[in-house]
Design a protein around this ligand. Sequence first.
Ligand SMILES: CC(C)(COP(=O)(O)OP(=O)(O)OC[C@H]1O[C@@H](n2cnc3c(N)ncnc32)[C@H](O)[C@@H]1OP(=O)(O)O)[C@@H](O)C(=O)NCCC(=O)NCCS
Length: 170
Amino acid sequence: MIHIRNASEADFPIIQEIAQKTWPNTFSAILSPGQISYMLDMMYSTDSLINQTIRNGHRFLLAYRQECAGSDVCVGYASYELNYSGEKRTKIHKIYILPDCQGEGAGIALINKIEEIAAACDDHKLFLNVNKSNPAVSFYKKLGFEIIKEEKISIGKGFFMDDYVMQKCI
Ligand SMILES: CC(C)(COP(=O)(O)OP(=O)(O)OC[C@H]1O[C@@H](n2cnc3c(N)ncnc32)[C@H](O)[C@@H]1OP(=O)(O)O)[C@@H](O)C(=O)NCCC(=O)NCCS
């Protein structure tokens, strides 16, 4: 069984650990090792996580899987931003589940939780960026997201993200 809880600054180490374990697996067929390492540092250094949460209003959720012995294991995280750019829409910035724990319902549980929080705050849409070659595009489609545009974003050091923007009305 999966349950979700809010993360705080004390949880940054587990978020960083899951990112380090999940990113190479997710992106090694899509991005160069140099770009993966650059983006991990840009998005997951402690300073960056503090900046995202304190200055930019990103909120993190953690997904836990209940083990038979009664202990819970953290299997993934997501982050989101309500009322993005002052509009009635929520941006999902991150969602990553440990490779060995994918396909067990944690991803859908995180998206459902974000949708519930967004709706309670009167946001009418969820949206996100996803690399065009990421199989997660099919996951989002399955959950009712649609591709609304393409975006090629320069992220510095000559690196680019070649993304779809996907959206779901709630
Ligand atoms: C994409 C991701 C978040 C999905 O989370 P998950 O826990 O593996 O997915 P779930 O188990 O909740 O799956 C929910 C449903 O989506 C389906 N699904 C999951 N991944 C899928 C995929 N790549 N393609 C098609 N369907 C998929 C599942 O089969 C399931 O359907 P079902 O309910 O009919 O069985 C997760 O696989 C992941 O972390 N991937 C690597 C990181 C990544 O790409 N993150 C997104 C960055 S934009």
